[in-house]
Design a protein around this ligand. Structure first.
Ligand code: F6P
Length: 472
């Protein structure tokens, strides 16, 4: 942790489960630090390294825990050594298996959820984990500091922190959707009330779209007697155009473009095949299987597209501690293989599936995509939908689910789909593949403008300003 900050207290604090750095213990016993990217990292850079900001996060793996124990750390980051079993109950058990499911409406309700004694035991760990954050923030914050708490992992923190430090200006930002009242009420009454009370401990709550902000307000009205004094605001995180455009033209991306072009190959007439691209962290909400089924439907309905198109599907593993996520990855693989064995020919692989996370290859695919398929069943925002038009070389048609947060800003120039309707999605893919070059380029230009309206730095500053001016 940063000792100078601890002595005086930090004026700006961010709290999130996953921090900006992670550690790995090497074979020789040394610790190797890996820095992450993402909106919050670039957002925080807006206030500069001298602002004395502190990022409070959880140790996630053995390497992180070892780093905390050895006192190794980055300036401006405090990692909490929460016991592994408590963290697992809170993160895997409650955050990812209950709150994520509620907000994304993912349950197969005839059989789940079941709120039993095991759920109650895990909930107690979620409280312990939230309390560890609240106590660390209370200890580190300067008088009147601004604290921005992130996400469904930390819903109880604002309320707990308010009790410990009434002087602080507390914000909370949700990167996910919020469930509508009819779904949220599935939670046991006392747990639903606790979540809302925790959130309403904040001065201000931020959401990615009006739809999610309105859903929260509706839940607060129905189950907590209203918002009280808490304000609700919308900040639609945009793509980081400067970073993406520069990064997308580095040598490793060019190399991967060449490799992808070879995988895509040429059609019967010798011209390059068209590429339908999707890139996802494989969360259950991303709807990759129906995307594949829609592509199969396209090949069935329009055999003229066989041999002339390739579906590049990048499905990067996420949350693999959970069996349901591992099973979903297996389903994605199985359906892709079925399509390839049914339609593939010696010179044509209809679906090229990549499972190993490779950011440079994702950017390469963004640049050469003719069509981007973003069809989540529900998504807080979906930054892929915003990033593709920004880096596309020749223009790319965006097929976009109306259930993605990004739809609110991109609907005009995307082809909208109901993510459950694979016949409609197949039709949308065909319209996308046959769109005239001029229209495609024009739409891409407008999509890129809309996608970059609120870059991460401004997104973060907006939230800070909305919380009130920083203390001097
Ligand atoms: O996809 C966005 C998101 O849900 C964010 O809300 C959150 O910050 C992140 O995913 C958490 O992902 P992970 O479980 O990999 O830390």
């Amino acid at each position: 942790m940063a000792s100078t900050q601890a002595a005086q207290g930090a004026p700006v604090l961010v709290a999130s489960n996953r921090g900006p750095v992670s550690y790995e213990v090497r074979e020789d016993g040394s610790l190797h630090a890996r820095r992450g990217g993402g909106g919050l990292v670039s957002g925080l850079s807006a206030i500069g390294p001298d602002a004395g900001a502190l990022w409070v996060c959880s140790a996630l793996g053995d390497g992180d825990r070892e780093a905390v124990r050895r006192g190794v750390g980055e300036a401006g980051v405090r990692m909490l050594d929460i016991p592994a079993d408590v963290h697992s109950d809170a993160y895997n058990g409650i955050a990812n298996s209950v709150l994520w499911f509620v907000h994304h409406m993912l349950y197969q309700t005839p059989l789940e959820p079941v709120f039993d004694a095991e759920f109650r035991r895990q909930w107690a760990s979620y409280e312990t984990y939230n309390r560890a954050f609240a106590e660390a923030l209370a200890q580190e914050a300067a008088e009147g500091a601004a604290v921005v708490v992130q996400d469904y992992h930390l819903t109880l923190v604002p309320g707990m922190l308010r009790e410990l430090r009434p002087d602080l200006r507390i914000g909370h930002f949700s990167h996910t959707p919020w469930a509508p009242p009819e779904y949220f009420r599935m939670l046991p009454d006392d747990i639903a009330a606790q979540v809302l009370r925790g959130m309403l401990g904040a001065d201000r709550l931020g959401f990615l779209t009006h739809r999610w902000a309105d859903a929260f307000t509706a839940c607060a009205t129905e189950f907590a007697g209203g918002l009280g004094g808490t304000r609700v605001g919308v900040h639609g995180l945009g793509a980081d155009a400067d970073f993406l455009r520069k990064r997308a033209h580095e040598a490793d991306v060019e190399e991967r473009m060449a490799a992808l072009r070879a995988e895509i190959g040429a059609g019967p007439d010798g011209s390059p095949r068209r590429a339908v691209v999707r890139v996802d962290r494989t969360e259950l909400s991303k709807n990759i299987v129906r995307g594949l089924l829609a592509y199969r439907q396209l090949l069935d309905d329009h055999p003229e597209w066989r041999e002339r198109v390739v579906h590049l599907a990048f499905a990067y593993p996420s949350r693999q501690d959970l069996a349901v996520y591992r099973d979903y990855m297996a389903d994605v693989r199985r359906v892709a293989e079925e399509i390839n064995s049914r339609y593939g020919t010696p010179g044509w692989t209809p679906v090229v599936l990549h499972l190993k996370d490779d950011f440079a290859r994702s950017l390469a695919a963004y640049r050469l995509a003719d069509v981007a398929l973003v069809n989540p069943i529900r998504d807080g925002m979906n930054l892929v939908a915003k990033e593709v038009p920004v880096v596309s070389d020749e223009g790319c048609v965006l097929v976009l689910s109306r259930e993605a947060g990004a739809y609110e800003e991109l609907r005009e120039d995307a082809i909208a789909v109901n993510p459950y309707d694979v016949v409609e999605t197949a039709r949308a893919l065909r319209s996308a593949l046959t769109m005239q070059d001029g229209e495609r380029a024009e739409r891409t230009k407008r999509l890129a403008a809309a996608a970059t309206a609120l870059p991460p730095a401004q997104w973060f500053l907006e939230q800070l300003h909305a919380l009130g001016d920083q203390p001097s």
